[in-house]
Design a protein around this ligand. Structure first.
Ligand code: ADP
Ligand code: MG
Length: 243
């Protein structure tokens, strides 16, 4: 039960490895149509947080609700496939035996013509029209990554969890791919939690930023506010290399 309209809600999430706390009492909410960036330096616990929400890592403590339903709570621990979330992770992998179109259509339901239209529309958004009949081994790494991105977008998930999905992309392509991804997610009104260690990416993509350090959220707010009024010197220094 929840009284709010949040699509993602986590409360007091904690996780230790070998006695070392890597996520400590993290709470946050993401509403429909909102992009929340979990931003912080490498090793601060961002991926562990996201992995717990996805269901591939088990919290020591806390609650996780998706669409108001507990997916992790006392006596509840739904497996990833039952949580109703879309995932875009860094280490994407395509099915090697399927074509590009087959990969993108994999999670889709409906008749063949509808699926093909959706696949074509998405390929076009990331500059890969005409690639549908190729196999993954015929594509460059960056092209494969773009296919993996749109494969995650294709089923129109209501909740999308993204862990640095743009980090390996060529500078020349990255802005366009980010914009195309946001356009698709916003059109569907998805709630998006995007993990990044790049302030510039968070400034560009977030409606709200949760700044993380040492396993804790140290500041939350609109990008402009965090950038202009960082909570402390460390936060200011972290933002200082944006130009
Ligand atoms: P981030 O994504 O912010 O870079 P992570 O959540 O991946 O940080 O990792 C936070 C800390 O937890 C790191 O020090 C990492 O080495 C450690 N860690 C993550 N997963 C495990 C694991 N399965 N076993 C042991 N330590 C881990
Ligand atoms: Mg990480």
């Amino acid at each position: 039960m929840t009284s709010s309209s949040e699509r993602i809600e986590i409360q007091g999430l904690s996780r230790s490895f070998s006695g070392r706390a890597v996520v400590s009492d993290v709470s946050l909410q993401v509403a429909a149509g909102q992009v929340m960036c979990l931003l912080g330096p490498s090793g601060c616990g961002k991926s562990t947080t996201l992995r717990m929400i996805a269901g591939v890592e088990t919290p020591d403590q806390g609650r996780i609700l998706i669409d108001g339903q507990p997916v992790f709570d006392a006596g509840v621990n739904l497996p990833p496939e039952a949580r109703g979330v879309g995932l875009m992770f860094q280490d994407f992998a395509l099915f090697p035996h399927l074509t590009v179109a087959g990969n993108v259509a994999f999670g889709l339901v409906g008749d063949k013509a509808t699926k093909l239209r959706r696949v074509e529309e998405l390929l076009e958004k990331v500059g890969l029209s005409g690639f549908g009949s190729k196999h993954p081994h015929e594509l460059s790494g960056g092209e494969q990554q773009r296919v993996a991105l749109i494969r995650a977008l294709a089923p129109k998930p209501r909740v999308m969890l993204m862990d640095e999905p743009f980090s390996g992309l060529d500078n020349r392509l990255r802005d366009g791919i980010r914009d195309a991804t946001l356009e698709v997610l916003k059109a569907e009104g998805a709630a998006v939690l995007l993990v990044t260690h790049e302030p510039e990416e968070a400034m560009r993509m977030a409606d709200e930023i949760a700044l993380m350090r040492g396993g804790q959220i140290v500041q939350r707010g609109a990008p402009y506010n965090i950038y202009n009024a960082p909570v402390d010197r460390a936060a200011a220094a972290f933002f200082s290399d944006i130009n």
